[in-house]
Design a protein around this ligand. Structure first.
Ligand SMILES: [Zn+2]
Length: 675
């Protein structure tokens, strides 16, 4: 039988034939596709014709299609439904892929051809997009070390290969720690837990093959447990397990890996002629320098910490009233904060939850996309990678735009967090290729027969990931390398964070927040209270985020730390970290920074984008409302459809007429008037 990964896919829309693919197909498929890609590269660099845009840049863009067909379904599966076989394959592929990446990006012959085109660019009659692709291709080669020679060249290659291995190991250790821990709850341990938490804890027990209820380290279970459990001893145990991921000693400990990664990144920057890794990394970002990042973070830090200190005093007083005469600890914060939220905003998460049904929130996100961009969504009956995943065809005026896939429920083999990726990106070089986009979340799966219910935060995550999906689906460029979300890291969160604002538009929830049992819309006063409470506890969230972002940027500036854990402690100390709050992601489980290069020295990006999203949404409000047609068109024309066609600051200025300041962000977080 032929390997389905290497065959022509006769599936609807050319989706990967998941039903026919078995784990045994990946390794041979990968080897065959890699050989083919190598032949394609050889054909480009050994071409005896002088370099032209078509025989070099176009050919490079078209290279590796077979490899993509193997790896796109593979990495989808490895992320959402891992198993030991897939983990072994990941370990096998990652150094080979890093080596292949180096063969291309550090190729002196390829660089010579690209550089010749670049020097001659004024005579090539290129379109603006072609010129941009040429510029970025050359820049990527330079930054990868294609110009290096001798020892520096060989050493850089080794460093990159080693980093790829370490990144995979970091991720797998984390997953192992997350999977290994759960806490069984006896009847007396259930004190304070509302029905929805009990239901999630029961479903988690079933998945573990345990009786009754368990708490796992899945964010959608542990966070509500910490919010509601009145058992301080259990909260402490669960919290310590949660924040010790990757730091439990033994084989899955990530601390030594983090040290080695930081040292190797510094060496990589030095080999390329940069002072440190952050300087290298930020060169191509919108922020451009570590100092610009620090400036933003500190502007936000001071008011956020002041707010958090005030909040800590109130929460400690509540705890003392409860008869607990102890200092407020990190495992107390969410519990008393939830009580305070209920009291101040008269809002009870358990009462709220039946109104936020997953299916209705999906409809709400779709409806916003219809009203803003004219997109329509029709469910598709196709075989996907897992029975929980669902697909829709996206059209506009009857024309096919994209396939959208949602895989929403948490399960054992799924990486934690939420993300958006493209199984296939939009481009026109190979014909009119429309994208296949997937949103992955980790919402609690309901018991059979019950509707899935979300927290307000979950609903926000759903809108966030859908914003990334829109950036992919509305893409309209020729070259894949600049398509969709292929933009600067600190710009990529703009469309996603911007889309979250539509969840806060009252008419959206008035229509879609309906009670799971009665079907009645959420009462107006509850809706108002929920929206008022949405910005609740921003001192806490801002502090835990900025602390992580600051540690990340300092790790990659100056000399690499010999002991990252000690350096982390020093940084937090010097910032005056409130004692009852910890980093959102501490070093041993800071996957954004250590699982790969994506967010290393770039975790600040979320906040950088938030500065823009607050300001961009204001553009709609100023123009006449959240669904203002001309503003939506401008957003699509200048940001959502053009990918990385121009630098991020240029795109934003085209949309808004100017760049934003930090004020809209502080106002949005309610931190603009901290005493
Ligand atoms: Zn995002």
């Amino acid at each position: 039988m032929t390997n389905p990964l290497l065959a022509d896919w006769k599936t609807s829309f050319g989706l990967p034939p998941f039903a026919d693919i078995s784990d045994e197909d990946f390794a041979p498929g990968f080897e065959a596709a890699l050989t083919e890609a190598r032949a394609e590269l050889a054909a480009i660099i050994e071409n005896s014709d002088p370099p032209t845009f078509a025989n070099t840049i176009d050919a490079l863009e078209l290279m590796g299609e077979g490899l993509h067909k193997v790896l796109s379904p593979f990495y989808t599966l490895a992320g959402v439904d891992s198993n030991p076989a897939r983990e072994a394959l990941q370990r096998e592929f990652s150094p080979k892929l890093a080596a292949w990446g180096s063969e291309v990006s550090m190729n002196p012959h390829l660089f010579a051809r690209v550089d010749a085109l670049w020097q001659d660019r004024d005579n090539l009659d290129l379109t603006a997009e072609q010129l941009r692709v040429l510029e970025l291709t050359r820049r990527n080669l330079v930054r990868a070390g294609a110009q290096l020679e001798g020892f520096a060249f060989d050493r850089l290659k080794q460093v990159k290969e080693r980093l790829a291995v370490l990144g995979t190991r970091f991720t797998q250790n984390l997953l192992a720690d997350e999977r290994a821990w759960y806490m069984e709850l006896d009847a007396v341990d259930l004190e304070g837990l509302p029905d929805f938490v009990l239901a999630t804890a029961k479903a988690a027990a079933e998945e573990q093959g345990a009786e009754g209820h368990v708490v796992t380290l899945s964010r959608s279970l542990i966070v509500p447990f910490l919010q509601f459990s009145s058992r301080r001893d259990l909260r402490e145990r669960a919290y310590e397990a949660w924040t010790s991921r990757g730091a439990n000693g033994g084989e899955t400990d990530n601390r030594a890996i983090a040290t080695e990664i930081l040292t190797l990144r510094e060496e990589r920057a030095h080999l390329l002629g940069y002072d440190d890794f952050a300087t290298y990394k930020l060169e191509t970002e919108m922020a451009k320098t570590p100092d610009a990042v620090r400036k933003l973070l500190m502007e936000v830090w001071e008011p956020a910490r002041a707010q958090a200190d005030l909040d800590a005093q109130s929460l400690a007083a509540m705890m003392h009233n409860d008869g607990v005469n102890d200092a407020l600890e990190p495992w107390d914060w969410r519990y008393y904060s939830e009580k305070r939220r209920a009291a101040e905003h008269d809002l009870d998460e358990a009462e709220l939850k039946p109104y936020l049904q997953l299916d209705r929130m999906i409809e709400a996100a779709f409806d916003c996309a219809t009203r803003l961009f004219g997109l329509e969504f029709k469910p598709l009956d196709v075989k996907l990678h897992h029975p929980d995943a669902r697909a829709w065809e996206v059209t506009r005026n009857g024309e096919h735009i994209a396939v959208f896939i949602g895989d929403y429920f948490a399960r054992g083999g799924k990486r934690s967090g939420a993300w958006c990726s493209a199984l296939r990106s939009q481009q026109k070089l190979r014909g009119d290729i429309r994208p296949h986009v997937i949103n992955v979340c980790n919402f609690a799966k309901p018991a059979k027969g019950s509707p899935a219910l979300l927290s307000y935060d979950d609903a926000r995550t759903l809108f966030h990931e859908f914003g990334h999906a829109l950036h992919q689906m509305l893409s309209n460029v020729t070259y894949e390398s600049i398509s969709g979300t292929s933009v600067a890291r600190d710009f990529v969160e703009l469309p996603s964070q911007l889309f979250e604002h539509w969840l806060e538009v009252p008419e959206v929830l008035q229509k879609y927040a309906t009670h799971a049992k009665t079907g009645k819309p959420m009462p107006a006063d509850m809706l108002q209270r929920m929206l008022d409470a949405a910005n609740y506890d921003q001192g806490f969230s801002t502090v835990e985020y900025v602390a992580s972002a600051m540690v990340d940027i300092e790790f990659h500036t100056g000399d690499a730390p010999e002991d990252p854990m000690a350096m982390q402690a020093e940084i937090l100390e010097s910032m005056g970290m409130p004692p009852a709050i910890r980093m959102r992601h501490a070093t041993p489980h800071f996957a954004h920074v250590f699982a790969g290069d994506g967010y290393s020295s770039a975790y600040y990006s979320y906040m950088w984008s938030e500065v823009m999203d607050a300001d961009a949404f204001a553009a709609f409000e100023e123009a006449g409302g959240a669904f203002h047609e001309a503003t939506a068109r401008k957003l699509e024309d200048h940001i959502l459809s053009v990918g990385g066609l121009r630098d991020a600051d240029v795109l934003y200025t085209e949309f808004r007429g100017r760049l934003p300041g930090v004020d809209a962000l502080l106002k949005g977080r309610g931190l603009d008037n901290v005493a």
